[in-house]
Design a protein around this ligand. Structure first.
Ligand code: ADP
Ligand code: MG
Length: 698
């Protein structure tokens, strides 16, 4: 086979299951294609008159791909994706059938979606939800073994337009950010000319694989996604010998299939490697427009799960499948392309562009410092609570890492043009060029929750199972607000007769002074930082119940209301849904732990206890002497079994009382007894696959 044939095999496959602009071109008239591509590229309003033609084109393409059904695909507040299929089949009235798909069906759907959480947004009498096509994210084909479904990305809202999903606020926040970025651009002579600014995103996804047969013996994994019991094995990740190691044959076979499936959806999968913990891996795509990247990440998680099953693996996306070793996160790489199509988080080629770049950096400082509590809330989930601050992931304290050089530049800005410092001459915006910022020098700190990495910010506190929409809604909106404040002040100063550069210099200097406490270049994992952050007055909201409260503050209500991203009712509904979800998840874990301890672990312990005491009795009956050591083991088993059963009773009481933090503490106590028993009871009767088996036998 020639290399060209091989190359075309891959390029032909890329995007074959996505109704992208490239594909559409072959199915639409020139005028419909021009109109739709304008909507997609520029976010302009969809021309409803082309809907029928687009629907027909989509149907033709989908039928060629073997689809019999279509579905509006959406992202309700459960954090998962949702779909309800309709077939294209319509009776023709004469006993036969036609295959139909209208523009109306493409644009709007009415799934009877009354069972989705709405946090009180919908009264039952108007429980119906509506889905509306998002043309900026290509429709795609999901294949089964004997058929296929056309999936149409949509937003999901209530009768009065209330957002019942994660996508609607994301799109609104992207608009809010675009407005302010374009506004800033105008100060620097960048005319938007009808183009939008656009947030970009690349999501690094971590995951674990476990053999399916072992998974099926773990009630905790099946029910909760994480192991509620399990003794740490002698060897796990201490030697760092899994990280970037040679990928095992069975795993690379899986990864090869995974990449192929992702490419077929048009998901630009690019890197793959072994992660720190044995049986842990990462996949990352090339960055894309934010809302597309979020959709693609949701589809990527589903594909990970499906392809894993084809290989007799189960893909674990939980943030902490195994205790005492690394959990999984999702690095949320975020940047902004201006209306000129350039990345505005890259230092520019000239002083003028650098002034714009620095304005955005300072705006980010202001945004993150003002709303650190909201960013923290955006990553608050039951699963992520086990990971944040566990010396493997950033702490619950939000701070920004800029790297030494950029930090130095920011200090120059604060001091203003009048002073000079020893390292670099004080910066005069718009006159002095920035020192070159080498990309690698900016990324040495892996402990920071929010790090500048040369051309983007990397929010590292997001959990592996989370929908990234939530954190990015916050990020877009808080940056929009900070830029709005800066631009409004600039407008006023310039109107008052100040020269632009001086006005900007003064605003940035004052903003840095006010918000520089958010900058931290050191090791975020240390106790010194926790103490220092407290001195600086930075919030340290350790657990979800405290963190989520930020969503109810007046500050948050004003912010999201002002930029029309979430109304007060929509914001409160999210607080309700996320709090309830957290409480329910903890309760499910507690009930699962109780069942496992009572029906699996205690019986095994009692069985061995009986066997051992029988054995001691019969040995001692021979008159050989006292079985001292076996008696000591028996005593340990007796003690731990008592602890286990008392722990079950205590956990039951906590679960009934309904305090999640106390329930979690009781689960931890129960686990200690169970894990101690795992080290005492013979392997041959221990009822659960061990950590060693699960981590090392793939
Ligand atoms: P690292 O692995 O060191 O964090 P990479 O360069 O591999 O850095 O980038 C990680 C992720 O960041 C990738 O998904 C990449 O596409 C994404 N990324 C790179 N540039 C941007 C950008 N301008 N906006 C958003 N994401 C980006
Ligand atoms: Mg990264």
């Amino acid at each position: 086979m020639t290399s060209e044939t091989r190359e075309s095999q891959i390029t032909d496959l890329y995007g074959e299951n996505a109704f992208s602009l490239r594909v559409m071109q072959n199915y639409l008239s020139d005028s419909a294609f021009a109109s739709l591509s304008k909507t997609i590229r520029m976010g302009s309003v969809l021309d409803a008159s082309i809907a029928d033609e687009v629907a027909d084109a989509m149907k033709t393409w989908a039928l060629e791909k073997g689809a019999t059904h279509f579905t509006h695909w959406f992202q309700p507040l459960t954090g998962a994706t949702a779909e309800k299929h309709d077939s294209f089949v319509v009776p023709d009235g004469e006993g036969g059938a036609l295959l139909k798909f209208s523009g109306k069906e493409l644009i709007q759907g009415e799934p009877d979606a009354s069972s989705f959480p709405s946090g009180g947004l919908r009264a039952t009498f108007e429980a119906r939800g509506y889905t509306a096509w998002d043309p900026t994210s290509p429709a795609f084909i999901k294949e089964g073994t004997n058929g296929a479904t056309l999936c149409i990305p949509t937003v999901f809202c209530g009768y009065h337009g209330e957002a019942l999903d994660k996508k609607a606020p994301l799109l609104r926040s992207m608009d809010a950010l675009s407005v302010q970025i374009c506004r800033l651009g105008e100060f620097f002579g960048v005319e938007p000319n009808g183009m939008r600014a656009c947030a970009t995103q690349g999501i690094e996804q971590e995951y674990f694989l476990v053999d399916r047969s072992l998974y099926e013996e773990r009630l905790d994994l099946i029910q909760t996604g994480r192991t509620l019991f399990g003794r740490a094995p002698a060897k796990h990740q201490q030697l760092d010998d899994h990280y970037f190691g040679a990928i095992k044959k069975r795993v690379i076979t899986f990864m090869t299939d995974l990449d192929r499936e992702l490419w077929r959806y048009g998901i630009p999968a690019r890197t793959r490697h072994n992660e720190v913990c044995p049986a842990q891996f990462e996949v990352a795509p090339m960055f894309e427009t934010l809302n597309l990247a979020v959709d693609h990440n949701m589809l990527m998680m589903e594909t990970l799960r499906n392809v894993a099953e084809d290989h007799n693996f189960i893909c674990l996306l939980h943030e902490k499948p195994y205790a005492r070793v690394n959990g999984s996160g999702k690095h949320n790489n975020w940047s902004v392309d201006g209306p000129d199509g350039k990345n505005w988080l890259k230092p520019g080629d000239n002083p003028h562009e650098n002034a714009k770049f620095l304005t955005i950096i300072v705006a980010l400082m202001k945004a993150v410092d003002t709303h650190a509590d909201l960013l923290r809330a955006s990553v608050a989930t039951a699963g992520n609570d086990h990971r944040l601050g566990a010396n493997e992931a950033p702490p619950a304290i939000i701070s920004i890492f800029l790297g030494e050089q950029l930090y130095d530049v920011i200090e120059q800005i604060e001091k203003g043009p009048a002073t000079s410092t020893k390292s670099v001459d004080a910066l005069k915006l718009g006159v002095t060029a920035l020192p070159t910022l080498p990309r690698d020098a900016t990324d040495r700190n892996r402990t920071s929750p929010f790090a500048y990495t040369g051309n983007k910010f990397e929010f590292r506190a997001v959990g592996s199972e989370q929908n990234c929409a939530g954190p990015n809604v916050i990020l877009n909106t808080i940056v929009a607000e900070a830029l709005d404040d800066i631009c409004t002040q600039l407008d006023a100063d310039v109107a008052g007769g100040k020269a632009f550069t001086e006005a900007l210099q003064a605003i940035l200097s004052a903003t840095v002074t006010q918000h520089k406490r958010i900058l931290f270049n050191g090791d975020n994992y240390t106790d010194e930082w926790v103490a220092e952050a407290e001195r600086r007055g930075l919030p340290n909201l350790k657990k979800t119940p405290d963190a989520l409260k930020a969503m109810l503050s007046d500050k948050a209500i004003d912010l999201f209301g002002k930029y029309k991203v979430l109304s007060e009712a929509e914001l409160k509904s999210r607080y309700e849904v996320y709090s309830e979800c957290y409480e329910e998840q903890v309760a499910i874990e507690a009930r699962c732990a109780i069942t496992m301890a009572r029906t699996m672990i205690a019986p095994a312990a009692l069985e061995y206890q009986a066997e051992l005491s029988g054995s001691i009795q019969s040995v001692e009956a021979t008159g050989i002497g006292e079985a001292e050591e076996p008696r000591a083991v028996l005593r340990d088993i007796f003690t731990e079994t008592n602890k286990l059963l008392a722990g079950v009773r205590a956990l039951e009481a906590c679960e009934k009382a309904g305090d999640p933090l106390e329930t979690l503490a009781a689960m931890e106590a129960l686990r200690e007894a169970a894990d101690a028993l795992e080290g005492l009871v013979p392997d041959s009767i221990w009822p659960l696959p061990t950590y060693t088996e699960m981590m090392f036998t793939i």
